[in-house]
Design a binder for this molecule. Structure first.
Ligand code: ZN
Length: 363
């Protein structure tokens, strides 16, 4: 994989490549944009490209074993010839000539691809759980970020750059954000910190002002379809999910789960809304995200229907829009997401918008 694996973000990738080519890489960077648009993948590819040595890594073939005359079993083991050195393929040199992207073949690239690069570290809530030996939390704590600043002081193990990627950096509590300020301001030589974040306003202004901002836009529908197809969706399914995905792979994954849940329900079942809502994830953060996505779908449908409606049904849709906006605001608070979703689905059905309508892609 290389930058070519990041789809639909040509502008951001062009900037990153230019930074690598000029060698003037800012020590603090913020990749910001909607969730599910390739920020983290781009950060990994950027780190990989920075540390790529552009020389093919070949394991030394094992020395051929000489049969031991005293070994009784030696005869039964066929003397295996070392694998022949692969011939360099034509065109290989050309691939390596691109210094603004990773080669995928050097030791550094191989380590990065396996997630075991000693100088590329991902800081996220999963890593935090392992570090602090506790359950995964939704926040990134001060202890975790302090640990990162300690690592930042250490020398790189084998690469020109030591890269820290703080994934979903909006999860950092304020104290944690304050803890990395100094590292962002006076980074040890060869250290780069990349924060990926869906809303840059969730970061302290002192962090924003010290960092180079790289913007990621919602994915074009074609790029989203391509990714979904690569994940195994059929062309029709990929198109339907991409239409609901609002430029985000994360939203597309949610839409795909919604479609599956709806298709499992019996048509005409009066308890459909309840049964559908019962499929909400247990994790309250995930449940809230899903409910927000569904409320957005209700709002989009209701607005479209409102435009075309007249008389009584227009009045009904006006009420629905007002009510749904109220529920959308409530979803930001700590409420029963299940109850909220049930209410929204029932009210939308009453106004003539069925569950299936919500998930029918707009043309
Ligand atoms: Zn490489």
């Amino acid at each position: 994989m290389s930058f070519s694996s990041v789809l639909g973000q040509d502008r951001a990738i062009k900037r990153l490549r230019a930074l690598i080519t000029t060698g003037r890489v800012p020590p603090a960077m913020i990749f910001h944009g909607p969730p599910g648009t390739g920020k983290f993948l781009a950060a990994l590819e950027f780190a990989k490209a920075l540390n790529c040595s552009h020389t093919i890594h070949r394991e030394k073939p094992p020395a051929p074993q000489q049969p031991d005359p005293d070994d009784l079993f030696a005869a039964s083991v066929p003397a295996s010839a070392p694998p022949p050195e692969p011939e360099p393929r034509p065109g290989t040199e050309e691939e390596h000539a691109d210094r603004s992207d990773s080669c995928g073949k050097c030791l550094s690239c191989l380590q990065a691809a396996s997630g075991a690069h000693p100088d590329i570290r991902v800081v996220d809530t999963a890593m935090q759980a392992a570090l602090l030996d506790e359950d995964e939390s939704s926040n990134l704590k001060i202890d975790t970020l302090r640990e990162m600043t300690r690592w930042a002081q250490q020398k790189a193990m084998l690469s020109p750059w030591k890269v820290f990627i703080v994934r979903d950096a909006q999860a950092m509590v304020t104290a944690a954000q304050n803890a990395i300020l100094k590292t962002l301001e006076e980074p040890p030589p060869g250290t780069i910190v990349i924060l990926t974040v869906s809303r840059k306003t969730s970061l302290l202004s002192t962090i924003l002002s010290r960092s180079c901002l790289i913007e990621f836009s919602p994915l074009p529908r074609a790029a989203l379809e391509k990714v979904l197809a690569a994940q195994g969706a059929g062309p029709e399914q990929a198109a339907a999910i991409a239409a609901l995905g609002a430029g985000s792979l994360e939203k597309a994954a949610e839409a795909s789960a919604f479609l599956k849940r709806v298709s499992a329900l019996r048509p005409g079942d009066p308890a459909r809304a309840f049964k559908f809502a019962a499929g909400l994830p247990r994790d309250s953060h995930k449940a809230r995200d899903e409910v927000k996505t569904l409320l957005d779908l209700v709002l989009a449908r209701a607005r479209a229907a409102w435009e075309a409606a007249e008389g009584q049904s227009k009045a009904r849709l006006t009420v629905l829009l007002r009510r749904t906006l109220g529920l959308r605001a409530m979803a930001e608070r700590n409420v029963s997401y299940l109850l909220l979703l049930e209410t929204a689905l029932l009210e939308s059905e009453r106004a003539g918008i069925k569950l299936e309508d919500l998930l029918r892609p707009e043309r």
